[in-house]
Design a protein around this ligand. Structure first.
Ligand SMILES: [Zn+2]
Length: 284
């Protein structure tokens, strides 16, 4: 082989290798910080080994992740309020969420434990954060679009979520409403749906809505992590003990999703403002 052709060949081959390794080290196309079922867990229960969770620790951890990637999307899958009526605690949690400022909170059954009037009274808060693509509530958003990450998020509150709590009679969960947003597909845009309901009801939902890219499952803790075929399914966590860090990389039609469970340990220096809010509402 001519020496110059040989050198050229070596150059082309190594450039290919470099290009490949560069592609592997590229930042993910999108990063989602996902948690669910915070259950108004103001404070760590001190149980478990090591004890995990608590909003005062969660907040600094989320802020750290956001500083590392300002395009991180912070998603709460719902049930961030208490599982039974306790307005003072729920208001404290909402005050903390204003500081956390998540990108969205999917409507769960526990957001309705204070009754529909509570949503109306706190309209500013709920219209800013709550996402419910299939609920007939005036105080919620029905679709969130993130142009930077080229994705959109919808949420589905399933009838199966009302296993213990009674569904308010004024609440209608409408497939027609959901269909309107579901059908708005855009080229190359990913569709993520937060499914808030029983895991057993998910199979039927996927049959009816097969074109979803990723489903985030909330309402109960679930270790499900199906990342082989669309729709990818990622289960939620509880009590603010973990945050799921989801990386989505795309190359044409191909999509790769990686999920890391990040524990929320007590050793994280707590957010002092959150501590003050907790103190204020503490039962004396
Ligand atoms: Zn729920």
């Amino acid at each position: 082989m001519n020496r110059s052709i040989y050198l050229l060949l070596i150059f082309v081959l190594s450039a290919g290798v470099f290009r490949h390794s560069y592609a592997q080290n590229q930042p993910a196309d999108a990063q989602i910080l996902f948690f669910s079922n915070v259950n108004a867990m103001l404070q760590n229960c001190g149980c478990g080994e090591p004890p995990l969770g608590g909003l005062a620790q969660m907040l600094p951890l989320i802020n750290k992740k956001r500083n590392e990637n300002k395009h991180s999307i912070v998603v709460d899958g719902g049930d961030f309020l208490n599982s039974y009526s306790y307005p003072d605690i729920n208001r404290a949690v909402m005050e903390i969420y204003l500081r956390m400022d998540p990108d969205l909170v999917a409507l769960g059954d526990q957001e309705l434990t204070e009754g529909m009037a509570f949503l109306e009274t706190n309209k500013d808060f709920f219209s800013r954060y709550l996402l419910a693509s299939n609920a007939n509530l005036p105080e919620v958003q029905r679709q969130k679009v993130f142009p930077v990450a080229n994705l959109r998020i919808l949420s589905w509150l399933d009838e199966s979520a009302f296993d213990t709590a009674k569904k308010p009679s004024a609440l209608t969960l409408s497939r027609t409403l959901f269909d309107y947003y579901y059908q708005q597909f855009k080229k190359n845009q990913l569709t993520i749906v937060i499914f808030h309901g029983a895991k057993s009801a998910l199979r039927h939902f996927i049959k009816v809505y097969p074109a979803i890219d990723i489903i985030l499952l909330a309402h109960a803790q679930s270790n499900i992590k199906q990342l082989k075929t669309r729709p990818f399914v990622i289960g939620g966590v509880v009590d603010g003990e973990y945050i799921k860090e989801i990386f989505i990389s795309r190359a044409g039609e191909n999509m790769q999703v990686n999920v890391t469970d990040i524990p929320v340990p007590m050793k994280i220096a707590p957010d002092t403002t959150v501590l003050k809010i907790i103190e204020k509402w503490q039962i004396k």
